[in-house]
Design a protein around this ligand. Structure first.
Ligand code: C5P
Length: 313
């Protein structure tokens, strides 16, 4: 049995990302930093539904909806409008976002919703575009948006928007510590990274990804991947949110094979070997770590995918 609907609608599921490696190069003239990063999509999802409508709108619900703007500044709504302008679509859409990805958490939640809106509207308007053809619009919306169109594990360069696939076989098990406080502002974390480098007299050259991590990803051996995790923004995130060093230490003491701040933080991710170890670490962290929301996820997972498409009946 299906419910009668009056308008066409498409629902897209999109994951969050973590950075297995984030090498931050110099500040560019356009105020972005040159990066070498390895993105990894993990199974924590937002759901974005686009329904044909007379006027543009967005509503946000779900576990992490608080603080997400439900107006024209919402990145998913900007994405839908940009796609319509670019391809001469006359209609509008009502977007609804069911949020589970932490907000301002270093997991690209806003970028994920933008990628999902592009995929949903592309399907709704039957534009027949490939993911690669959506990429230029995605890159205009934000550095991480192109990656969320594809998902998986990929090398990002430039400001993160230029992608190359990574050969990665198998699955990694992650435990996430999500901050109970408000998130961190990405520009502030990058600025703090620059400040700390300047104070220490550190000058950086062109960023390159490490061979060790790329090699470890071929086998997905958790010990090797864990040892090769690197995030140049971690020190800056800790400087702005000192509790993060306690979180990292708590997970490491409890046996995690790798521990790292995700992107610009404040989400912290721990790598373990199996699902059973993930459950043990979650229980340990909840009992003994600093207060936070503890979640589990595996990666890599696919990027934005249409999961439902309905037409008037
Ligand atoms: O591209 P996006 O809008 O997601 O970036 C948000 C902010 O993060 C930028 O305005 C910039 O301050 C910082 N950023 C950066 N270098 C990058 C990516 C982001 O400095 N490569």
């Amino acid at each position: 049995m299906s419910l009668a609907v009056e308008s066409r609608g498409v629902t897209v599921r999109v994951p969050g990302k973590i950075n297995l490696e984030l090498v931050v190069g110099p500040l560019r003239e356009d105020s972005y930093h040159e990066l070498a990063t390895i993105y990894h999509a993990v199974g924590i999802y937002d759901y974005v539904t686009a329904i044909e409508a007379e006027s543009w709108s967005v509503e946000v619900t779900g576990a992490t909806a608080e603080g997400v703007p439900a107006n024209g500044t919402n990145l998913a709504l900007k994405a839908a409008k940009m796609l319509a302008r670019r391809f001469g679509v006359e209609g509008a859409v009502a977007l609804s976002i069911d949020k589970n990805i932490p907000v301002a958490g270093g997991m690209a939640g806003g970028s994920a919703d933008a990628a999902a809106a592009l995929v949903a509207c592309e399907a709704l308007w039957e534009l027949q575009l490939t993911r690669d053809e959506l990429e230029p619009i995605a890159a205009k919306l934000g550095s991480d948006v192109p990656f969320l169109l594809h998902g998986g594990t990929a090398i990002g360069s430039g400001r993160g928007e230029r992608l190359a696939p990574v050969l990665a076989r198998g699955e990694l098990h992650w435990v996430l510590w999500v901050s109970p406080e408000a998130g961190l502002s990405t520009p502030q974390v990058y600025a703090e990274c620059d400040r700390l480098r300047e104070a220490a007299g550190i000058e950086v050259g062109d960023p390159t990804p490490s061979g060790a991590l790329v090699a470890a990803l071929r086998t997905m051996h958790p010990g090797e991947v864990g040892a090769a995790l690197r995030n140049d923004l971690q020190e800056a995130a800790i400087s702005l949110r000192p509790v993060l060093s306690e979180v990292l230490e708590a997970g490491t003491t409890l046996g995690a094979q790798g521990a790292i701040v995700s992107g610009s933080g404040p989400t912290v991710v721990f790598l373990v070997g199996t699902q059973a170890e993930a459950i043990d670490l979650s229980v340990g962290l909840a009992a003994r770590g600093p207060a936070g929301d503890i979640r589990r996820a595996t990666g890599p997972v696919a990027g934005a995918q249409v999961i439902q498409s309905v037409s008037p009946t």
